[in-house]
Design a protein around this ligand. Structure first.
Ligand code: FPP
Length: 248
């Protein structure tokens, strides 16, 4: 039997993949464990998926780790997640360096404690010279936060005469987003069977292919990533054009 990896067209690997890592809590409950156990196992999935993504040549992997709305979860869970992010990032560091993976963070990080921020910054600095895949962690992130911030910054620059109204277009607007310089996702994956975007990359997902799987994040590993990419490779991306125009 050929594996999903063997079936992949190595010349059509998506450049940019984003994942909504969902279902940690429900998966843990099903095992009779607490929610944090689900997040801990989810950390292992990140480890596997990051390495697999870099291995097949994905250039940007964006993971939704914590939304601005997640701040409203019970304080115990929020604190456990923040601690987990720091220990997880530290545990990935060696692998990131050996696999040439640069780590960046997008989100409203001013809401993180100084200690958490400093710990994360250390990994960002250490991997800054890596030129293979970029791992983008969306932490304290939401699209509405990002878009409102962009609008405010644009308005301020127009008011100060630094930006002309006529120069504002799609490309210009993208440069005011937290994801500046990161290509829009070719593929968005959401785990755990939920069919929502949940305030994630709403501008950037305009033409992304969407892939939903019932597998919960703690069980999403290499094989599930390859399966999603194989599904993506069977899609026709028309970007508003007709099928005939694409084959000309
Ligand atoms: C959603 O599942 C998951 C989260 C809010 C946290 C995701 C974080 C990790 C997997 C840790 C990864 C670590 C790094 C450093 C990226 P949920 O709790 O909403 O699940 P539920 O819908 O079943 O309740």
């Amino acid at each position: 039997m050929t594996t999903f990896l063997e079936q992949l067209d190595k010349n059509r690997i998506p450049t940019s993949v984003a994942i909504i890592m969902d279902g940690n809590g429900r998966w843990a409950k099903k095992q009779g464990k607490n929610r944090v156990f689900g997040h801990q196992t989810g950390v292992e999935s990140v480890d596997h998926v990051m390495e697999a993504a870099a291995g097949i040549g994905i250039k940007y992997l964006t993971l939704y780790a914590f939304s601005t709305e997640n701040w409203n979860r019970p304080i115990n869970e929020v604190n456990a997640l923040m601690d987990l992010f720091v220990t997880a990032i530290n545990s990935y560091l060696e692998k990131m360096l050996s696999h040439n993976i640069r780590m960046v963070i997008v989100g409203d990080i001013d809401r993180l404690s100084e200690k958490t921020r400093n710990n994360m910054q250390m990994a960002i600095d250490k991997t800054a010279g890596c030129t293979g895949m970029t791992l983008v962690l969306a932490i304290s992130y939401s699209s509405r936060w990002e878009i409102v911030r962009a609008v405010k910054n644009i308005a301020a620059e127009v008011k100060d005469g630094k930006l002309n109204l006529d120069d504002i277009d799609d490309a210009c607007f993208s440069n005011y987003l937290a994801t500046k310089g990161i290509p829009d996702p070719d593929l968005l994956i959401r785990t755990s069977g939920e069919l929502r975007i949940s305030n994630f990359l709403m501008w950037q997902l305009s033409y992304s292919e969407l892939y939903f799987t019932d597998v919960c994040w703690p069980e999403f590993r290499e094989e599930q990533l390859y399966e999603a990419i194989l599904d993506y490779q069977n899609r026709e991306r028309r970007f508003g054009k007709t099928s005939e125009q694409l084959t000309k």
